[in-house]
Design a protein around this ligand. Sequence first.
Ligand code: NAD
Length: 415
Amino acid sequence: MGLSDDLDVFVSDAMRGLAMSDDECRLLNTPFREVSFEVPLRRDDGSLHVFRGYRVQHDRARGPFKGGMRFHPGVDLDHFRAFATLMTYKTALVDVPFGGAKGGVACDPTSLSAAELERLVKGVTQRLDPIIGPDDDIPAPDMGTGPQEMAWMMDAYSDAHGYSPSVVTGKPLVLGGCPGRASATGTGVAVATERACAHIGLDLDGATVAIQGFGNVGAHAALQLRARGARIVAVSDVDDARRSAGGLDLDDVARAVREDPEGDPPTVAEAFGDAEPFDIGDLLTQDVDIVVPAAIGGVIDGDVGAALRCRLVVEGANNPTTPEGHAAMRDAGITAVPDILANAGGVTVSYFEWAGNRGGRPWSAAQVDEELEAVMVRAFDATADRAGEDGTDLRTAAFRIAVDRVRHAQALRGV
Ligand code: NAD
């Protein structure tokens, strides 16, 4: 099964639980708009390359479309369809007034010069111009894009429409970005973990944690979990896995992130070269209290789900769990905080950035921290309450709340 199929299982299950009519299901299951376009790029050597770009806008009943721009060779329309849908339910669950979208370009950005990348991003923005805008669809960084790409998108859009910082989020701070955006998803993962520990009676202070993926989400989650008393005992990235029963030393990572908050954190080999190496494939099944998948999708399937030895899984990555993995964890009594809840900190702070740009008054770091924590706590508690009322797990409860909110907004607006 693909990404879309896996997500369909969770969404359909929520729709059944809500006893939705066929018409309601059809409306929610059909994306509002799917765009596929060519992006010609004149390379530095004079040759012409034509890339394929996409944007899927899933639903806007609760507010403008919102979602990242991914630059990666492996993307296609089906990929963005699934991620756009996930965004609709993520924004609904944390109750920020956005819908869901996702897009990007099938390319390897690391093979392009900075000048080529700038031309490509500005070309993409021109193609998307009729369908994006501060009140219509607000792109953000995703895999292969970051603050610089958002600055180029804002510049190209502003050329045509006048100064428009709120057309994208995840901008550099000097161009209206929001303090704490880079760490927001990792911070949200830590807040969700803290809440989930209280929910299942696990003391986070001294709890052991294994984290798969040590990029933006994984590294910031590690630092924020350590700040809450947890012991990070195993981490991995695409090249390396390291562990230490006494807890990995995160001081170098903390220093690197402090010195360059918007930069990439050190790799696992750079940060933990002295710790014991182990097989990357064994990260998720370490004997720890908490596992945080924060890398790629589909990693907890039926087999891995049955082999897990933790009490709690907190999904920093998007779509890390297949329906079979979900069932295996449920059968084993493992609590899973689903992606649409656990990793919603990023889009929440994107909302603060957009709101600050529109109000002409940026949010302070202290305001961002306080409000992010409040949003995540509210969303977790609502999900846990619903799970208790319905006698179900957190994922099923989260999708029921989210689908219900979007359905309700659609019904009020009419077709
Ligand atoms: P990133 O590119 O900064 O980091 C990804 C990390 O995963 C890297 O350390 C990479 O080496 C590692 N990795 C890749 N393949 C791996 C594998 N097979 N095994 C172990 N590690 C592997 O990306 P990110 O922004 O941290 O995003 C991570 C995940 O979180 C993605 O699923 C993304 O969609 C999701 N997410 C990110 C955000 C955000 O704000 N950055 C928000 C919501 C969801």
